[in-house]
Design a protein around this ligand. Sequence first.
Ligand code: ADP
Length: 815
Amino acid sequence: MNKPKNQFPLKIIFSYLVLGAIAVVVSYFLYTEYKNNLSAANDPETAKIIETGTLINDVYETDSFSRIALLTKKEEDFDTYLQKTEALYEKIDELKRRISDTSQIKQLDSVKKLLALKSDNIEELRIFKLISEQDTSFDDILREFKNVHRAAGAMYLEDMVKKPWKLNPRERRIYQDFIDYFNRNVLDTVVGSPKMDTLIKMSRNIVLQIKRQNFRARKELQEKENELLQNELEVSSQLRNIITDFDEKMNLNNAIARSERLASEARTDKILRLAGILGALVMVFFSYLIVTDFFKTEKYKKRLREEKEYSEDLLKSREQLMATVSHDLKTPLNTIVGYSELFTHTELNEKQENYANQIASSAHFISKMADDLLDFSKLEAGKLVIEHVSFSLEKLLHQIAKAAKDMHIQKPVDLHLYIDEALHGQWFESDPLRIQQVVNNLVSNAYKFTDSGRIQITANLLKKKKDVYRVELAVTDSGIGISEEKQQLIFKEFTQAEKDTFQRFGGSGLGLAISKKISQLLGGSLKVKSTLGEGSTFFFTLPLPVSTKVQHQEKMMSITPVRSSLNALIFDDDPAMLALLKELFEQMNINANGFTSFHEFKKKTSLDFDFVLTDIEMPDHTGFEILEALKGGTVASYKQQPVIAMTGTKKMAHKEYLDVGFTDMLQKPFSKNQLIAALSPLFLLKIESNLPALEVFKNPSHELFDLSFMHSFLGSDEGLNDVLAIFYQQSEDDLVTLREAVQEEDHEVFGATAHRMLTMCRQLGAKRVVPVLETMEHAAQEDPSASEMESLFVSLKIELEKLLSGLKGRSAATA
Ligand code: ADP
């Protein structure tokens, strides 16, 4: 599969960048346009346009006021007009200050002059009007004279004709002649005083004369007024012309500014359109890229899913294959191991013995390999479950060191164990079996690649954070070392540092791969430091939470006395195991009542007990059934006391037992301290934490058994001998049972008996018997033939007899 180049996010980022760049450029253009427009709006020219607009309005306004002043002839109206004119002057001055064009300034000056002229004109006109007003007085005087004359008997045309102005000149003359005649003749007789009449006439004539003079003067005034009006009209028209001219210029400027603005708007519009089109194009382009990428990614995802499913399938089948192979391998392998060992103990010549040894060691090798493969496939499938049990790292390391020392007793290599004082007596909660597996692997590698010199196991406390210790377990050897370039490779599965490693040292290349994975599962790490030819150090670093159970107990220990009146109820179908536990409890001041079956116990249900310890795999009732029976209320004396399970198999994880309702679970074979650790949180028990540390190196173990477990359990040989006596008896009985089962081809009894025997044999570290029993247990499930059963029985009998005689010999020696 060619690797898809994942440019998906890159393209998206790039498209955003391009869009951003367009936005920036467009913003820049728009901003400059906006600034242009803004400066145009702030331009004094624009202000001038506005000013001239109002100037024209003001001129017209003052004009109107002048007319009002002339019409009303009132003083206050004229004042208003003057004020307006004054304001107009100021405005013109203001405008002049802003204008740079000299011709325009001149125009404004002439406007000012004309306005002044106009004011003068108006003033004059007003005065003329006022004067002409006074002329009516002469008419009134004359009218009075007429009335006096009438009273004296004189007649006038209007006294004869109603509408004298309608008469034609001839009629008028006739009437007038008559009236004159009448007045001449009648008046003298009527008035009787010609002097009076003459006086009136004279006076009238004087007034008439004055009136005529006055009329002439008025006519002159009229002419003057006309002249003034003409003048005023001219001034106004000039003013208008100048202002219109000025206005036109301004309008021109205005038009230019407007066209500029329009052009700018058009440009803005163009920019926006362009940006829009460009943006859309970019969007389309990148959308296309992104969409194609998306579909590509989807395609790859689908392919990846398919590949994943395929590889998961492969992994599953590989795991199945490995499990089947290793399981199927293990059974015949155990047979091979068993028989080849039996074979070596028969009469053989040197060559034959050599062959037999070869077979045995190869079988061991394959057996180990099958175990590794099984572990590895479990790790790969993520099926390896990490347990959390209380344990003492100190003791665990002692055990490991002792076993390693025993195993390589013939090698001239010193094994040293150094444990940081801070770790002494400390109990942790983790998976001791897995830790042991890793350290064992490191130590056995160290032995494998070190011919002489020394190996050191060091446990150091690196850091303590609250209740979690960060511990470094280092295994140093003075062996062949590993070249720098190979140091990383060795942690990969099926790899060995050198090409000839397999030929020289054997091994599968799985050990470190498994160890590394386990260290990671435990939350730690595995690293190497090495110099070719000088040796290597493997650092296994891991966090170890302090065991709260034991901590609590240890703190309480000093203030609370150990409870002495505890009663234990034990179920185990193996009498030897029962005896062992009873012995153990006796030493701990605990009264123990043991039963090999639940049936037996049911006869004595009145028994009082503080806790129950039950085996899981028993023929009559399983541990689960016992728990159910207790919880179900069939036992009167059961009042929710804790029930602890014991099991020799690893079918279920620790947690599953707790889930079912057990208080705790002990994996067989277990040490006394493990038992105490399980009980201590429940009842305050004293812990014996000072194991004889260096005893590890002093006490060479027997080739057939390892009693260190039993020692740790029972301490004294006295108790051990009691337990062993029961074990001897039980073993004899078991052999009888097995022989019968073989004869009757009863697979069930065959398997069950082997299973039961396993517990005690494991507890005794019976190295040779355990594999045969394991083979028997497995074989029982696989429908073995009669001859297979027979041969397995024979090998067990031989091994068991050897073990018993070995044990008895040891008892005799120490007794
Ligand atoms: P193997 O089963 O081959 O020992 P491991 O995974 O345990 O597999 O080790 C892988 C390889 O790492 C070994 O074959 C060896 O080449 C190298 N190696 C491991 N431990 C040591 C050591 N202590 N000294 C030198 N080489 C080592």
